[in-house]
Write a new protein. Structure first.
Lengths: 512, 99, 669
């Protein structure tokens, strides 16, 4: 039977609230098309410029539709463009901009094709926005895959470098295992609750489904696994160091921040809000995961010589800190998580910018040795790195300190004092490797004794070439300086971020 | 027929896929095993859709199929890239990144 | 400009001076850093006057202005802003601090002229003044603690200024450790208050305390006692006083500025600032009063016996601060702060005079070796005597009005406060006695060789030596320079001492009971919420107190005159007769020995035990070794499981999933 087109009911679409997503999707298509042009100018200059314009427009639109409060989901209740979504979206867009700047002189876009590279970047950002705003299990899965699949490709874009391919394929396979697990978990939650809508699930729990319904809890466990994988929470973290090290560094910088933010946004929405009633069931498990993550991340980072690996392990540890904000399932936790994600963007962008700048000109690649005596030769890079490291370690007067303080505050207020203590202990341990980076930069030749393993020969990761030495990279240094300055600025005057975090906190109204 | 049997079957398929990912070394076979895992999820979705009525579960399953196809395409593309770089098509060979 | 704008200026000038002197020391020639630093403080003083004028223009009930430069962590509601509070109390303190500091800067320009650490010295000094003004102007406990810690650090830097002198560095460390005890007390107190009142700003805490606490509430008393610990550590009150006499290792102007006039009175300021809390917790206030009384008596007796000129004045400082603490603890805020002001004048003056004399003695500080400087240094003699008169509370001098007002107030509280007042009067007699013991021993009698040489126009040049240990010293960087024997030759020194002498003699007129009462009226807006207005003494009783105090001072000076001048052998005979008492006093009541026996030696014993057994075997072997071993093992483990094999990762992922699912299934049943 063929229905006349007019008989198919079209969903109501609020185009105003949908506009950021439309911007990134449209930008992605346009960029792909422009990338097909023959002119080198169009490919090398116009494509990144258009991508940047797209992201700036998306930021503008996001700010335009920013409105605190628990917003009604749009498009048959499948997508919520509330402050939580919009807040993390701004983080995605900003990390996207950082990635563009860091990619300008990279090999990756040249090898993969400029149009494809930047189009995929916009695609994965679209997926992140969809994922963060998902109010439906289907939207959630679509968003997750839209995020993941372009990233798999982006990791492998340096097609001629073996480790890039390795990281892409590893990410693809392990990521697909995670996706399949998540899917199975979502299916079980759907089976238990009888609805794919988050609101339907929320009303079903406690009414039609018992809090300790095995089907529901197994579903939660599987879904938690899938999301924990994306957020690189132990023991689902193992892909993180390998993929981060192998991927082109601008993409690593993007993944480190944006993927994490997206995963935590959906963590917050699905667990704290939709499954909030069964918090007593899932919170101890997540708290245990957070502890394991903090321990493993910090311990794993100690013995790293590769800066990208070190930052990957530190990212694992930071995911543990962030998970504490999810565990408590309170508005304070939501605010603290959002705040920390923003801070995390600042300090990671600064750190990765320095890594990018160094690995292009240093014969040591991304090895710790590439930073030796940087304080004397290039203080404009050494200072941002120092600030980023101190902030990641949670030194006072940096934004990282306030972020960590906020998370600990949320843990204590949510009756998870011991988790707050774990965060503090973890931060102390993390000083070992963060300060080592600082020491290498300022104290010069610093023979790092690493426990356990002998010194490994480290190959340059990016395409190092002698003529690269001559290449000045003002834009990379600028990123490092701007974000390091922001780290300090928000450490001294965190109020704007606090206000934004408070707005984000209003997004999920059913929290404590 | 009780929905439980569908669930048991879907769990079997999922586990077979997972076991395949763990024991096989050929990336092509691993991609097939991933398909199995996803289809395990699909079967569960469709069974629940029958149980609850409504179209959501079936739509979900359809979308998953599309996504699975995308994933396999990307995977094949990477395998081709490896082949072009004259790398051994064996996941255990890809262990340069470690530690 | 508003009062708060002036308040910010008060802070800005010393900070600017700090930066100019510390970064410009290479390029600034000669004495310029000193003059720049002095100018900075002078400008701060002018700004304080500006703030005063602006404040007086406001109606009395609005004379408390808070201004935030920036709000830190505002959304979290803690209220730890960078905010200053300009009210009569803070302006009063600013005036005293910046005014006296300015004179001492000027004095230092000459005194430190030949020191090779000249610019460093002024950078430290400006840093100190900035910190002190920050402490005074802070509008919340956070900033107060910042200033509090800053002045502690400045004090440490300046005591150890001659850093190659071991005794100086030890004294610096001692002072720092004692001060940190106080910092910790203050920090915990602030935390308690934040916990109970939900605020850190003064206004918020005082308002919140009214609601949160009942009278003598346990938590509040604890908080107040911790505040007292902070105040006592900084103000060298029993039992945390031992660092102050040792702090005399610093250059003499430092002793005058930090360890007599300003920093050590911070405790008094703190008690006055938090008086709403102390009035809610009278038990804590009483403890403060008792300790103040004990301290003032104890230190006065010790000052009778010690022979080191600077240490006599140091003990005298401890004693006089005891009066102030007693005053603010019995709610005689105006009187206590008035005494703070007059004390700043005459004590700074006494130190400057002592510095002059010590200079003439080529660094010797023992008064047994001095004598007859009256004709050799007439200017110093006159000004020093003016200071001594004020210290002795000789009628109509500044100290006379301020000290006796405190005691009159104490008597008027009635009850057992009488006892405290009697202790105060006894100690006042002792004070007058030791003040003139200094004058008579140093300036009268037969001129010592140094004095005679000075009369003939030669300056004594001894070998540079450590006044404490008598060891010979270099005159290089990190030691006193070769020319610290400038006596009173230099005009900046006289220019600083003259005004202070004048103030020491006549500053009392601003606060003659029933006649002028300027200070009392000026400070009234800050203290109008006090519950003890009705216990203020009547003018009549104050006048009686003045008469008693004046008679005591004259009598004590007369006794000193008899003992030291009319019958010169008396002192020695007394010393022989009461050898035990003298030894007891001379050894400062054996406080250092007591500490040594009670704290230091057991700690040292425990320490050596700890080092041998606990440290080596337990801590290093077990805990540190264990922890590093654990981390080491963990690192190896984390790296070992990071095999790089994709299939192993998938396995761990699925194992983790299985564990998680299992947990949930167990939890569900």
């Amino acid at each position: 039977m063929i229905l006349p087109l007019a008989d198919v009911p079209a969903p109501e679409i609020d185009y105003r609230e949908l506009s950021p997503i439309m911007a990134t999707v449209g930008g992605s298509i346009v960029v792909l098309m422009v990338g097909l042009l023959r002119s080198p100018f169009a490919r090398r200059t116009l494509v990144p410029a258009l991508t940047a314009v797209t992201l700036l427009a998306a930021i503008g639109l996001t700010i335009w539709i920013w409105e605190p409060g628990d917003r009604e989901p749009i498009i048959v209740r499948a997508l919520a463009m509330d402050t939580l979504t919009l807040g993390v979206s701004i983080l995605f867009f900003v990390s996207g901009l950082v990635t563009i700047v860091l990619s300008l002189r990279s090999d990756a876009p040249r090898e993969a094709g400029h149009g494809e590279y930047y189009s995929l970047l916009l695609g994965t950002i679209t997926g992140m926005v969809v994922l963060a705003g998902a109010e439906n299990l289907i939207t959630l899965f679509v968003g997750l895959e839209l995020l993941s699949i372009p990233l798999y490709v982006l990791c492998a874009t340096e097609l001629r470098r073996r480790t890039s391919l390795e990281s892409g394929l590893k990410y693809l396979i392990i990521g697909s295992v995670g996706s399949a697990t998540l899917l199975y978990g979502l299916a079980l939650i759907y089976g238990a609750a009888g609805s794919t809508q988050f609101s339907g699930i929320e009303t079903a729990i406690g009414e039609r489904v018992g809090l300790s319904d095995p089907l529901l809890l197994t579903g939660i466990a599987l879904a938690a696994t899938g999301l924990a994988f994306k957020a690189s929470v132990a023991p689902f973290h193992q892909w993180t160091p390998d993929v981060y090290q192998g991927a082109p560094t601008p993409i690593t910088a993007f993944m480190a921040v944006a993927t994490k933010a997206a995963a935590f946004a959906v963590f917050l929405r699905l667990f704290d809000s939709t499954l909030g009633l069964s918090q007593l069931q899932w919170a101890p498990a997540l708290a245990a995961l957070a502890t394991a993550t903090i321990v493993i991340g910090n311990v794993g980072a100690i013995a790293q010589r590769s800066l990208k690996r070190l930052l990957a392990w530190s990212g694992v540890a930071q995911a543990g800190y962030l998970l504490a904000g999810v565990v408590v399932a309170s508005e304070l936790g939501l605010r603290a998580t959002a705040f920390y994600l923003a801070v995390y963007l600042l300090m990671n962008a600064a750190a990765f910018a320095v890594v990018v700048a160094r690995e292009r000109v240093s014969e040591h690649g991304d090895d710790l040795a590439s930073l030796e005596l940087l304080g004397r030769t290039q203080p404009w890079l050494a200072w941002p790195m120092t600030i980023a490291m101190l902030s990641l370690a949670g030194f006072p007067a940096t934004a990282g300190f306030i972020g960590k303080f906020y998370l600990i505050d949320a843990s204590v207020a949510g009756d998870y004092t011991w988790l707050g203590i774990v965060i503090v202990v973890g931060s102390v341990v993390s000083l070992v490797y963060y300060l080592r980076v600082v020491a290498v930069m300022w104290m010069g030749r610093y023979e790092v004794e690493l426990p356990g393993l002998p010194r490994r020969r480290v190959k340059p990761v990016a395409g190092w070439s002698p003529e690269a030495d001559a290449r000045a990279q003002p834009e990379v240094a600028a990123v490092a300086i701007v974000f390091a300055a922001a780290t300090i600025a928000f450490g001294l005057a965190p109020d704007p971020l606090f206000d934004a975090a408070r707005d984000v906190g209003t997004a999920l109204s059913n929290l404590r | 027929m009780d929905v439980v049997w569908f669930l048991v079957l879907s769990a079997f398929i999922f586990c077979i896929g997972a076991a395949g990912v763990i024991v096989r070394r050929d990336p092509l076979v691993i991609l097939l095993c991933l398909e199995l895992m996803l289809n395990g999820g699909n079967l569960a979705l469709i069974a629940f859709a029958r149980m609850h009525g409504g179209e959501a579960g079936q739509i979900f399953a359809l979308i998953v199929m599309v996504i699975a196809a995308c994933e396999v395409t990307i995977g094949l593309g990477m395998i081709v890239a490896m082949y072009r770089n004259r790398l051994r098509i064996d996941v255990d060979e890809m262990s340069e990144l470690r530690g | 400009m508003s009062a708060t704008s002036y308040g910010w200026l008060v802070l800005a000038f010393p900070l600017a001076g700090l930066f100019v002197t510390s970064f410009g020391w290479r390029v600034l020639p000669g004495r310029l850093p000193g003059w720049l630093a002095s100018a900075a403080i002078g400008l701060a003083f002018l700004a304080s006057i500006g703030a005063l004028v602006q404040l007086q223009d406001l109606p009395a009930e609005e004379r408390s202005v808070v201004d935030s430069a920036w709000t830190y962590v505002g959304t979290a509601g803690v209220g730890a802003d960078l905010a200053i509070l300009v009210d009569p109390l803070s302006v009063f303190m600013c005036l005293v601090v910046s005014g006296v500091s300015f004179l001492i800067h000027v004095y230092s320009v000459a005194y430190m002229a030949s020191d090779r650490g000249y610019a460093r010295y002024f950078a430290y000094l400006n840093y100190f003044v900035f910190s002190m003004l920050l402490l005074v102007l802070a509008a919340n406990f956070v900033l107060l603690i910042v200033g509090w810690a800053f002045v502690g650090a400045a004090s440490y830097l300046l005591i150890s200024f001659w850093y190659r002198r071991t005794t100086a560095t030890y004294a610096g460390i001692k002072a720092f450790v004692m001060n940190v005890i106080g910092d910790v007390g203050l920090l915990i107190a602030a935390f308690l208050l934040l916990n109970e009142t939900g605020s850190l700003g003064y206004a918020g805490v005082f308002e919140g305390a009214e609601d949160a606490f009942t009278r003598n509430d346990g938590t509040l008393v604890a908080a107040c006692l911790l505040i007292l610990v902070g105040a006592f550590a900084k103000s060298a009150q029993l039992p945390l006083h031992t660092w102050l006499p040792d702090a005399m290792e610093g250059p003499t102007p430092v002793s005058a500025l930090i360890h007599a006039a300003t920093m050590v009175t911070a405790g008094v300021y703190l008690i006055a600032r938090t008086h709403p809390l102390f009035e809610l917790a009278p038990t804590a206030a009483d403890i403060g009063a008792i300790i103040g009384a004990l301290t003032l008596f104890f230190a006065a007796t010790v000052a009778l016996a010690v022979t080191d000129l600077k240490r006599i004045i140091a003990y005298s400082t401890i004693s006089q601060i005891g009066y102030m603490v007693l005053g603010v603890s019995v709610a005689a805020y105006g009187a206590g702060l008035f005494h703070l002001m007059t004390h700043a004048f005459f004590k700074a003056l006494l130190f400057m005079g002592a510095g002059s004399v010590i200079g003439a003695m080529a660094g010797l500080q023992d008064i047994d070796r001095m004598g007859g400087f009256r004709r050799a240094m007439p200017f110093t003699f006159v000004t020093f005597t003016a200071g001594a008169l004020a210290l002795a509370a000789f009628p109509l001098t500044a100290g006379f009005f301020s000290k006796d007002e405190i005691l009159a107030f104490t008597i008027n509280r009635g009850g057992w406060y009488w006892a405290l007042a009697i202790v105060g009067y006894v100690a006042a007699g002792l004070t007058a006695f030791y003040a003139f013991r200094m004058v008579f021993r140093v300036f009268y009698g037969d001129p010592v060789p140094e004095a005679r040489e000075l009369e003939e126009g030669h300056l004594a040049h001894g070998e540079p030596q450590n006044p404490m240990s008598g060891e010979p010293e270099d005159a290089d960087v990190g030691f006193p320079g070769p020319e610290h024997h400038i006596a009173e030759r230099s005009w900046p020194m006289k220019a600083a001492m003259g005004p202070l002498a004048l103030l020491a003699l006549v500053a009392g007129v601003v606060q003659i009971p029933g006649v002028t009462d300027v200070i009392e009226h000026f400070l009234e807006p800050t203290f109008e919420d006090s519950r003890f207005h009705d216990t203020a003494p009547t003018e009549g009783s104050e006048l009686i107190g003045l008469v008693v105090g004046g008679l005591l001072a004259i009598a004590a000076i007369a006794v000193a005159f008899t003992v030291y001048l009319r019958r010169p052998g008396t002192a020695d005979r007394l010393r022989e007769r009461f050898a035990g008492v003298h030894a007891f006093l001379f050894n400062k009541w054996y406080f250092d020995e007591l500490y040594d026996a009670v704290f230091v030696r057991p700690t040292a014993t425990a320490g050596s035990f700890g080092r041998r057994v606990v440290e080596t075997d337990f801590v290093q072997g077990f805990i540190v070794g264990g922890a590093t071993g654990l981390v080491r093992a963990g690192t190896s483990f984390a790296r070992a499981i990071q095999t790089g094999y994709l299939r192993a990762y998938a396995l761990l992922l699925l194992l983790g999933l299985a564990g998680l699912a299992l947990y949930f299934l167990i939890a569900s049943s």
